[in-house]
Every structure is written in C-alpha cells, then in structure tokens.
Design a protein around this ligand. Structure first.
Ligand SMILES: Nc1ncnc2c1ncn2[C@@H]1O[C@H](COP(=O)(O)OP(=O)(O)OP(=O)(O)O)[C@@H](O)[C@H]1O
Ligand SMILES: [Mg+2]
Length: 255
C-alpha cells in the first residue's frame, strides 16, 4: 500500500513544488510513484510533464475529487511515474465543497483521501504538492498524508509561517487523521553567502531540533533551471538533484 507524503508550507515560493517534483522523480527510479498536484498554479504538473497545464483541462485532480476517484484522471509520465495533474479550476475546490448542490456529504477534509483510496495498491509512494495557503486544498492534502514534510525556505516570512503550519498539522491529526506524522522540516533555498540565511537556519534548528532533517538544500542554478529543462535530456540533471538524494534517504528512513 502506498505511503502518502505531503509537502507543505503556506509561505509562497518555498520550494514545495521543486522538492515534490525531485522527490517524485528520484523515488520513481526504483518505485511506483504517483505525483498529485493540489495547486491551481499547476507547477508540479508543468515541471513533471513539461506540458502546458491546459492540455489537462477537465482531466485533472479537481474532476477526480468531484467523483472521489483518481483512476480516470491519472496520466502516465513513464512506467513508474504517474501524475494526477492540476490546472486553474482546482481553485474552485472550496466553493464546490461548500455548495449546497454538491452531492458529497462526507468529511470535508477527507475528499482527497477518499479519491486516492482506489489507487493505493498501485503505488509505493504518493507525493502531494500543495498551494501556498492553509485552505481546503492543503487541509485535504494533510489529511490524506501518512507523512508531512514542512518546507522551510530561509526567510523571515517563512519562519513566521512555520509554527502555524505545524499547529495546523496537529489539528488535522486530532480531528481527522491520527496516523499522520510530521516527518520533519526541510531547510532549503539557502544562499550560502548570506549570514541572515545562516542565522535563520540555525534559529529553526534550535527551536525544532528534533524535527529538522540533517540535509540542508542550498540554492543552485541547476535546480532553479529544472522548471525550464525538466527531467529528460537535461545535461545538468545530476547536479540539479544531487542534494536531494541525501534528503530522500533521510526521508525514507523516517517513513
Ligand atoms: N534549491 C533551489 N535552488 C534554486 N532555485 C530553486 C530551488 N528550489 C526552488 N527554486 C526556485 O525557486 C522558485 C520557487 O520554487 P517553487 O516553485 O518550487 O516553490 P513553491 O513553494 O512551490 O512556490 P508556491 O508557493 O508558489 O507554490 C522557483 O522559481 C524554483 O525554480
Ligand atoms: Mg508550488
């Protein structure tokens, strides 16, 4: 049965999508992986498929959520890596969920979990990317997870977001998914030349010592260019994903 891993933080631009994409890619070297895009920006969809997100119009995670069945909307990227894609319309998830005409009458945080249930045996890992907000899309992604990774990009705004994100995880544990665990905080996008970046990662280490992954991801041009070059025929792929191999080892040891 698949282990479901959700990457989240409500602060925008904190490498959620880049990390989800790289982790899905690396795990798919040896495992069957489903990537799930819960963000209306569709960045994970674009990163992994290198296609226009509107190619997937009406064939996305939003349609899957409305029938609580992922199966008809899964697209194969290759034999071992599949995606449940997103485009803008997933932004209407909350209004669909709260509309009186919606047939779904179950727990509003468990729609995604129910949607993934029919495919759990088809994968070893399901990787969920979330939007930069604590709305219904993120709550569903946390409620569906076995494991949550909190992303910490070295900035003051991200530091301010972290405690509320971790509190939200506790609420989800208490209210809907007792099995979910926060595997840790991934400190990322560190600019090694900046002393304020160093100070922030140390501050997070002091405050959340037991939660921090040992691996710290620095800002590198090759990783930044993955959105342009993708994972196929990318001459700098090895360099772009190198730091994440260590992180994946640590993550799997915690799963
Ligand atoms: N390790 C890295 N080195 C260099 N650039 C990076 C790295 N990680 C992410 N980036 C770049 O930083 C930007 C933000 O990353 P990304 O889109 O993954 O963040 P996000 O948290 O998913 O953003 P959003 O909150 O908008 O969904 C992107 O342009 C991405 O290419
Ligand atoms: Mg993103």
């Amino acid at each position: 049965m698949a282990k479901i891993i959700t990457f989240g933080i409500q602060k925008g631009g904190s490498s959620k999508t880049t990390t989800s994409g790289i982790v899905a890619h690396l795990l798919s070297e040896n495992h069957r992986v489903l990537a799930v895009d819960m963000d209306s920006q569709g960045n994970l969809t674009e990163l992994l498929t290198q296609r226009d997100i509107y190619d997937f119009h009406k064939q996305t995670v939003f349609e899957a959520l409305q029938v609580q069945d992922a199966r008809p909307y899964i697209h194969a990227i290759n034999d071992r890596l599949h995606i449940l894609p997103a485009e803008d319309h997933i932004a209407r998830f909350a209004s669909w969920l709260y509309s009186p005409s919606t047939a779904y009458k179950g727990n509003k945080s468990l729609v995604l979990m129910e949607t993934l249930e029919p495919v759990l045996d088809n994968y070893d890992y399901i990787i969920i990317d979330t939007p930069p907000a604590l709305g219904e899309q993120t709550l569903n992604a946390l409620a569906a997870a076995d494991i949550v990774v909190a992303m910490f990009e070295a900035s003051k705004f991200c530091y301010s977001a972290l405690s509320r994100f971790l509190e939200t995880c506790v609420h989800i544990q208490e209210l809907v998914n007792r099995e979910m665990q926060v595997a840790g905080i991934l400190r990322c996008m560190i600019d090694v030349r900046r002393t304020d970046n160093k100070a922030l990662i140390e501050l997070v280490e002091e405050e959340y010592a037991e939660l921090c992954f040992k691996t710290v991801i620095t800002r590198t041009a090759a990783t930044g260019r993955l959105s342009i070059n993708g994972f196929n025929d990318n001459p700098e792929l090895k360099q772009a994903v190198a730091q994440y191999r260590e992180f994946v080892e640590e993550l799997i040891a915690r799963v």
